[in-house]
Design a protein around this ligand. Sequence first.
Ligand code: FE
Ligand code: FE
Ligand code: ZN
Length: 299
Amino acid sequence: MIYLGSHVSMKGDKMYLGSVEEAISYNANAFMVYTGAPQNTRRKPIEALKIAEAQKLMQKHNIKLSNVIIHAPYIMNLANPSLEKRNFAIDFLTSEIKRSAEMGAGQIVVHPGSAVGSSREQAIIWIAEGVNEVIKKTKDLKVKIALETMAGKGNEVGRTFEELKGIIDLVKEKSRVSVCFDTCHTHDSGYDIKTGFRDVIKHFDKVVGKEYISVFHINDSKNERGSRKDRHENFGFGEIGFKALLEVVYHEDFTQIPKILESPYVDDKPPYKEEIIMIKERKFNPSMKEQISQKAEEK
Ligand code: FE
Ligand code: FE
Ligand code: ZN
């Protein structure tokens, strides 16, 4: 049994219920949502999310709440040099965690932050302070803050395992912090996911501890290793390739850890149903993209 799904949307009147329906349409048993547009911090009230209906449908389809992942908006920067903006990020993340808890999700993925106008060391300290503050404000909740491994574009913090370790070391309540391991990002930041994933994990284990990984983002990359670009490619169609990504999905140390696809749409159509078939059958379909395009045309 693997726990596999994709990023799905949460919008319109159906909100969370619509997210579950979308996940089911891909035959997924895990999924990830942004609780609103990832580029802004406007959010609907919790009462409008259709949480009870969504959870009922999940139960019917055997989707465990532990395989529901929330993603915080990526414009939020806990490392902003402005105290006012850092406080805004703290307050917003606090409200996102309350929302995640209401939805029953076990974790929220957060991009650690961007070291704009300050040193990376200072950024790491601010991020950890922010995380500590948020944890204090939500101390009765269990939702984990999953810091994502980043590609390292611009001034992104979290491009090395050492940087993530630096943040985690400063977090007081370790049970509330974890890592979201993104294969495209780690490849783009320079780790050898294509031919050396097992060694990369050994290294991660030495630096951070592999028990900290609470979710994987399984993405291929459009660019070569070390490019620091962060452009996702469809599963098996990029520089990492099908075989290596499949090894990540089926690695024996992470069988209980949910795996989330964040691949790009093909001709405005989500590719997740087809990608999940390839992963489950362990067989690459080189004409997947054409097939999706064709279907899109027929409609
Ligand atoms: Fe992310
Ligand atoms: Fe990601
Ligand atoms: Zn990315």
